[in-house]
Design a protein around this ligand. Structure first.
Ligand SMILES: NC(=O)c1ccc[n+]([C@@H]2O[C@H](COP(=O)([O-])OP(=O)(O)OC[C@H]3O[C@@H](n4cnc5c(N)ncnc54)[C@H](OP(=O)(O)O)[C@@H]3O)[C@@H](O)[C@H]2O)c1
Length: 352
């Protein structure tokens, strides 16, 4: 059992309205407390890597202890997110000291866990690096995989458009659709991201929403319309796509990063009736609902990753002290690929 200080980031202030100061260091308070001891049915984890997801902003906006599945976060509570951690001490038979585990944990060096949570704690399979377990083979990759194969269902030759295409989910979703034979167009912010999509990730086209008219470019790159739209951002882009949806088109609603920071919900998509005219379908995708099938998703993605057919783009920050700044990168568009933060190396634990 380690002794010493547990460094933590606590929620100090709920996020402000867009666009200024949306989220940053001012929302958190640094604290130091003793390392806790696990009770029966608990284990002590050392957190090694953090994953950052735009929905962490939503977690910061409310607290409802009666909502057992998703209670949000009280002011003064330790900020939370998906992590890869190492088991240091365990009073749960299924976990042993030294195990690397993937689960929902705190922005702190050490956390107590009972193995349950919004995502159940699972062991990282041998040979899978922590960054990959959080990125391409984590919830990020699983949202992309099941969103594409179960909801979007691209057929060879169909046109597939994805937003936040150079982000964690978007970059994997677009590449999977390409592997399955679709023509893939990505929408991303900035020249470097667009160049990566076409030059490295094999997309057929990219639209820079910072400098280009997205509607005009969609019409130019998808002259026959769009069969599948994998939506990570919501907002005005969704309306632009609805206008161009083909017969029996599908929209995979994966996320709405453009609206997470808005306290007053924006008006709904004004072009939704376009779905009637094309027999279209718009369907939500919740990766968590596929949790029992994550091993199947990982088994499909792993050979593509190993062969280099699927590129995993990661944006890695280092150091617990940088967690708030790293989260902020998601909402300014500074992040490029899956945003991660490395906190510590796994320790050598005697007897393992
Ligand atoms: N449904 C599920 O089960 C599930 C699971 C995981 C993630 N998600 C959702 O999927 C989406 C993508 O997640 P991710 O983890 O891969 O994040 P991500 O796309 O890597 O998020 C960061 C990127 O989002 C874009 N962005 C930020 N603010 C924006 C805005 N106001 N309007 C448009 N784009 C904006 C920026 O890219 P550009 O610079 O290119 O604009 C930024 O670099 C998120 O909405 C997330 O919540 C859903």
């Amino acid at each position: 059992m380690p002794s010493g200080i547990n460094r933590q980031w606590l929620l100090a202030q709920r996020p402000e309205e867009l666009p200024d100061g949306l989220v940053g260091e001012h929302n958190f308070r640094w604290a130091e407390s003793p390392i806790p001891s696990p009770a029966d049915g608990q284990m002590l984890l050392r957190n090694l890597w953090f994953s950052f997801d735009p929905t962490q902003l939503l977690l910061m906006t409310y607290y409802d202890e009666t909502n057992l599945e998703s209670p949000g976060l009280p002011l003064g509570g330790v900020m939370r997110g998906l992590t890869v951690s190492q088991v240091i001490e365990s009073r749960i038979p299924a976990f042993r000291p030294g195990d690397l585990v993937h689960g929902y944990s705190g922005w702190e060096d050490f956390s107590l866990s009972d193995g349950h949570g919004y995502f159940e704690t699972t062991k990282v399979p041998p040979g899978i690096a922590p960054n990959v377990a959080l990125g391409a083979l984590g919830v990020t990759g699983m949202a992309a995989y099941f969103g594409v194969v179960e909801v979007g269902k691209p057929q060879p030759g169909e046109t597939f458009v994805v937003s936040a295409a150079a982000g964690g989910v978007g970059s994997i979703a677009g590449q999977i659709a390409k592997i399955l034979g679709a023509r893939v167009i990505g929408i991303a912010g900035g020249k470097a991201k667009c160049a990566w999509l076409t030059d490295e990730a094999g997309f057929d086209g990219a639209i820079d929403h910072h400098t280009e008219d997205v509607g005009e470019r969609l019409s130019a790159l998808c002259p026959d319309g769009i069969d599948i739209y994998f939506d990570n951002v919501g907002g005005a882009l969704l309306d632009q796509v609805l206008e161009r949806l083909r017969s029996h088109g599908r929209i995979v609603l994966c996320g709405g990063t453009a609206r997470y920071g808005q306290k007053v919900p924006p008006p709904g998509p004004s072009n939704y009736l376009a779905l009637v005219m094309v027999n279209g379908r718009m369907e939500g995708l919740l990766a968590r609902d596929y949790a029992a099938r994550f091993p199947e998703g990982a088994a499909a993605l792993l050979p593509w990753l190993r062969s280099g057919q699927l590129k995993s783009k990661e944006d890695v920050a280092v150091g617990l002290e940088n967690a708030p700044k790293t989260l902020a990168r998601l909402y300014t568009g500074a992040s490029f690929g899956k945003q991660l933060l490395k906190v510590a190396e796994p320790a050598v634990i005697s007897g393992t």
